[in-house]
Every structure is written in C-alpha cells, then in structure tokens.
Design a protein around this ligand. Structure first.
Ligand code: ADP
Ligand code: MG
Length: 254
C-alpha cells in the first residue's frame, strides 16, 4: 500500500547549517507518527518539508505517492492541516469564523461549513452556542489551543501536522488536550506527524515514535520496540527517563 506520507533521504541546509541530514520515514494512513527530540534536533524543519514551508536541498517528500514538488503550494496546504505551538488564531475573527476559514478557502458550501464548525467545536468540547461567537482573547490558553486543533482539522485534510501544539501549556492541561486528541482520533481517524520534545507525550499519543538528534532520525518504532531494542544509547536514555523520574520519586518516599 502507498504510504500517506513518505520522506526519502530528505536533507535541509540553511547556509552552512545542516538541519536535516538524510531523513527517511513513512506514515501509513490512519497512523500518528511522533517526532521526538531535543531543541534544535531538526523536528520542525523535517515537519515543514511535508507542506513545503521548507524546501529540501535533497531527497523527496511524497503524499499518497505523489511528489509534493509537483503540487501547487496552496493546493498542497489544503490537503495538509497544520497546527503550531503558537496557534495564531485570527484575533478579529470569532472562534467559529477561525475554524470556518480553511473550509471556506477550500470552497465548501456555507451550509456544510456551518455543520462542520459545530461538529468540531463539539469534538473539542467547546460547544458552539457557548463559544462560537467569542473572540479568541476571551478564551483561556488551553481553549485557544483546542480551537487551533479544530481549525487544523476543519477542511478534512488528508494529513495533519502538529508542531508542539500543547508545548506551552501546564502539565494538567496538556494531559487533558492529549486526551481530547485521542478521542478525536478514535472518532474520526487521523493521519499525521506530531512533533514533541516530551517523551511522555510521545508515549501517550504515538502509534510509532521517531527519535531525532542533531538532524538525524536515530530510530523509528513503536514505543515497545524502542524500549526493547533501542538502536542508540540516546534512544535508551530517552525511553528510560519516565521510569527514572518515577524511581527517584519512590526513592524519596523510602
Ligand atoms: N530558517 C532557518 N534559518 C537558519 N537556520 C535554521 C532555520 N530554521 C531552523 N534552523 C536551524 O536548524 C536546526 C534545526 O532547527 P529546528 O528544525 O527548528 O529544530 P527543532 O524543531 O527540533 O527544535 C537548528 O540548528 C536551527 O537553528
Ligand atoms: Mg521545533
């Protein structure tokens, strides 16, 4: 079967900095792949090659088998939802209008747009009647982030790219939004790549995890595969971190 997303030996250079050094990966339809790594490891740059916010200096990116270089950028971005850490909701539009924007740009009839907005607001637990006509600034950070997720999904994109969408939130709120995303996945299915520096988040959300360090993809596998057979000491260390933290906590009790 053709992969929904495929990167083949993708390289990205910014002047003399090699930000991505030959990354190959594929994401199956219905799968959420986590890109996990420290700051500056090349996660965001890798992600942005998928919707051509960044052009690789070498290698190829394919969506459903089709090279993204052959797609018109605005058509490509309609097929690919994108959700950032600083979501950048449009401040002068209401919550409902923010979510309606991508489907409107895709030319959906108004009735279908309205139904979709209501459906998505219900999905992220911000009912239309209560939240739809609010300005983004009248929402908490966590609620704004939910709207960002809803907007990324609004036009029924084939794939969704998440770049640390919950990174700026406190741990409890983050966990609740992770739960919301899991619910969404169970209900509507989702294909995408999710960037995070948080190993707990990677474990909580990912079907598979790709570990990045210094522009390289060290290993891709299910959480269990990474834990059982880490291909690199760094992978082992990352996967052991939650357990180490727990052990330290239990040591405090003793
Ligand atoms: N537009 C850019 N111009 C120059 N260097 C960049 C640019 N974007 C990213 N970089 C560099 O590429 C490397 C990887 O960055 P990035 O992909 O943002 O990492 P991550 O998302 O894992 O934190 C870093 O060294 C960063 O400074
Ligand atoms: Mg980043």
């Amino acid at each position: 079967m053709t992969a929904a997303i495929e990167l083949e030996d993708v390289r990205v250079s910014f002047g003399r900095v090699e930000a991505v050094k030959g990354v190959s990966l594929s994401v199956a339809r219905g799968e959420l792949l986590m890109l996990l790594g420290g700051s500056g490891s090349g996660k965001t740059t890798t992600l942005k090659t998928i919707n051509r916010l960044v052009e690789p200096s070498a290698g190829a990116v394919r969506l459903d088998g089709e090279d993204v270089r052959r797609m018109v950028p605005h058509a490509l971005r309609r097929r690919v939802g994108y959700c950032f850490q600083r979501i950048g909701l449009f401040p002068h539009l209401t919550v409902a209008e923010n979510i309606a924007l991508p489907p409107r740009l895709s030319g959906w009839p108004e009735e279908r747009v309205r139904a979709r907005v209501a459906e998505l607001l219900a999905l992220v637990e911000l009912p239309l009647e209560e939240y739809g006509s609010r300005a983004p600034r009248a929402l908490s950070g966590g609620q704004q982030q939910r709207v960002g997720v809803a907007r990324a999904l609004a036009a029924e994109p084939e794939v969704v790219l998440f770049d640390e969408p919950f990174g700026a939130l406190d741990p409890i709120l983050r966990e609740s939004l992770q739960g919301a995303l899991r619910t969404i996945r169970a209900r509507v299915g989702l294909t995408g790549v999710f960037v995070t520096h948080d190993v707990l988040e990677a474990l909580a959300l990912g079907d598979r995890i790709g570990v990045m360090r210094d522009g390289e993809l060290l290993q891709v596998g299910t959480p269990r595969e990474l834990e059982r057979a880490p291909a690199d000491p760094y992978v082992r260390e990352l996967l052991e971190a939650p357990r180490r933290a727990l052990a330290a906590l239990e040591g405090d009790d003793a």
